[in-house]
Design a protein around this ligand. Structure first.
Ligand SMILES: Cc1ncc(COP(=O)(O)O)c(C=O)c1O
Length: 429
């Protein structure tokens, strides 16, 4: 049959073009489904945390045994903003535990946090009446690859280059990005910012903004009547994959997003938006148009944990010890193999989430090329270039970083780090 080609709209062309998140998800999904030999250090898939999965199975059995409840769950569409009982329980929990002045009207469920960002970004940036254009400000690049291509139009983000600190001295090979607030203020002074957005912990680096940094961003946003979007896919109050103290934060101009994915439930596709009422309502309206309603299963599965408050304990008790131990073990392999290979390397401080962000100085090839060479040796990573979108000036550092998910089978991670050391050594000579 002759190949057919159809003309796509401008937005259609942009959304269906090659994107970093498409290749990441495609590589990861294929490797997980079809290639057991691939060492999976790419993607943001959570690990199977045995104690957590035991709880999920127990809950699933309860749901199956509850015949009318099970039927309601499978045979009903929820309202687009989410299941009313779930929304009430979550609002009560957040009021009770953190004193946030919110009710169910401030909440909206989405099919994963990823959909929430598509809705929020396109609500708050793009073309506005009177020919004005607005952008999303990312106060700290590198930032989550999954945002990069979500704008319905190009040039959607403005990002700020961070300062680099060496908290334990250079010899420790641990660096940390800090927000350059002067750069953030300069970006805000452009007058075309629609919202500020940041992930905490940050994907890809595992950086956790301090409470003081969050408060300062919140003040800057409030002073300009802008929403501050805090992406809490890994952090507080849940799932709580945090290795340093970090207070959960919400304020009347803050949009806080949560997700069940990193609790170990990415298959349920459950995102949660906590926002000023008009924004929560708009997210519900978008859900109705795009998908009618959200999946019910994630909400029903965790409902008793929300009602009892148990959901707040799962991170500190089950997830943190698991991921922190995997991170420490992988950092020890990094020291062993990267030093032995004679590399000039450093890892970003691992304060939460489940990634190592490797800085390879003197790399003679792009990290995309390094990624390809590693993939050919059955090690899947994510090249750093994808995370530096929105920066105006070129910055050599953006071509020197690689993200590794350290949370999966330890032996695959060990071999992966060893092969990274070998390939990086060939590429730095
Ligand atoms: C920082 C961050 N935000 C949002 C998401 C979206 O996750 P989900 O759609 O599974 O909730 C991810 C997934 O990896 C992420 O890392």
């Amino acid at each position: 049959m002759a190949p057919v080609s159809y003309e796509f709209s401008l937005s259609g062309r942009k959304l269906s073009a090659h994107s970093g998140i498409l290749s990441l998800m495609d590589d990861m999904g294929r490797a997980l489904a079809l290639d057991p030999g691939m060492r999976m250090l790419g993607g943001g898939n959570p690990a199977v945390v045995p104690a957590m999965q035991a709880l999920v199975r127990e809950r699933m059995a309860e749901l199956l045994a509850d015949e009318p409840g099970f039927e309601r769950m499978m045979v009903s569409y929820d309202p687009p903003q989410g299941n009313p009982r779930f929304l009430r329980a979550l609002a009560d929990l957040l009021r009770r535990e953190f004193g946030w002045d919110i009710g169910p009207q401030n909440l909206a469920i989405t099919n994963g946090g990823q959909s929430a960002f598509f809705f929020l970004f396109n609500l708050l940036a793009g073309h506005f009446e009177g020919g004005r254009r607005k952008k999303i400000l990312l106060p700290l690049a590198p930032e989550y690859i999954g945002y990069a291509d979500q704008g319905l139009e190009p040039h959607f983000f403005v990002a700020c280059q961070p300062q680099i600190e060496w908290p334990q001295g250079r010899g420790a090979k641990v660096f940390k990005y800090k927000i350059d607030f002067a750069a953030v203020e300069r970006a805000l002074a452009r007058g075309d910012i629609g919202a500020i957005a940041v992930s905490r912990p940050t994907n890809p680096t595992g950086n956790v903004l301090t409470d003081a940094e969050v408060a300062r961003l919140s003040d800057l946003a409030a002073a300009r009547n802008l929403p501050l979007i805090l992406d809490n896919a890994y952090g507080a109050p849940f799932p709580g994959v945090l290795f340093v103290p970090a207070k959960p934060f919400w304020a009347p101009h803050v949009i806080l997003t949560l997700s069940l994915s990193k609790l170990g439930l990415p298959g349920t596709r459950t995102g949660i938006v906590i926002a000023p009422e008009p924004i929560a309502k708009a997210v519900g309206a978008l859900t109705a148009i795009v998908g009618l309603a959200n999946g019910n299963i994630g909400q029903q599965l965790v409902l008793p944990w929300i009602e009892s408050g148990k959901i707040l304990e799962l991170g500190p008790q089950l997830l943190r010890p698991f991921y922190e131990a995997r991170g420490r073990q992988a950092a020890a392999w990094a020291r062993e193999y990267f030093d032995a290979a004679g590399l000039d390397w450093a890892l970003h401080a691992n304060e939460g989430a489940f990634f190592h962000w490797l800085w390879l100085k003197n790399l003679k090839i792009s990290t995309r090329e390094l990624f390809e060479r590693l993939k050919a040796r059955q090690v899947l990573t994510v090249p750093g270039e994808y995370f530096f979108y929105g920066l105006e000036a070129d910055w050599p550092h953006r071509h020197e970083c690689l993200r590794m998910n350290f949370s999966r089978e330890p032996e695959a991670v060990r071999q992966g780090y060893q092969i990274i050391a070998e390939e990086a050594a060939k590429a730095t000579r």
